[in-house]
Write a protein of this length. Structure first.
Length: 108
């Protein structure tokens, strides 16, 4: 899986990006199935654009921010944490004990 070390400031041109495109850049999408996507329901972006490499700085940012999310259920956070742990491992980044616990990869 491709990764980049570019500086991170979020998805490029988010304002012009469709909600569907923005949500594909994020780890969490809480939009109801079958309904139009809303950007506010997508959290923890880790790519600049759809299909772009994962950004290592964004992965670190997501690992720090996942604990601050509000309006996201515990199961969605667990799934995002598990995905984040896999991505960080592939990128050669230590996810940290807290993220590993959230992902169910360590004892509580």
């Amino acid at each position: 899986m491709p990764f980049t070390d570019d500086p991170w400031d979020g998805p490029e041109a988010e304002a012009s990006m469709s909600p569907e495109e923005f949500c594909t850049c994020c780890l969490i999408d809480t939009n109801p199935s079958g309904q139009d996507k809303i950007k506010a329901n997508c959290k923890l972006p880790v790519r600049k654009t759809p299909g772009a490499p994962y950004n290592k700085n964004a992965l670190r940012n997501a690992a720090a921010r996942i604990f601050q999310l509000t309006g996201v259920g515990a199961e969605d956070k667990r799934k995002a944490a598990a995905h984040l742990v896999r991505l960080m491992a592939e990128a050669g980044i230590d996810a940290g004990e807290s993220v590993l616990r959230m992902a169910g990869k360590r004892g509580k």
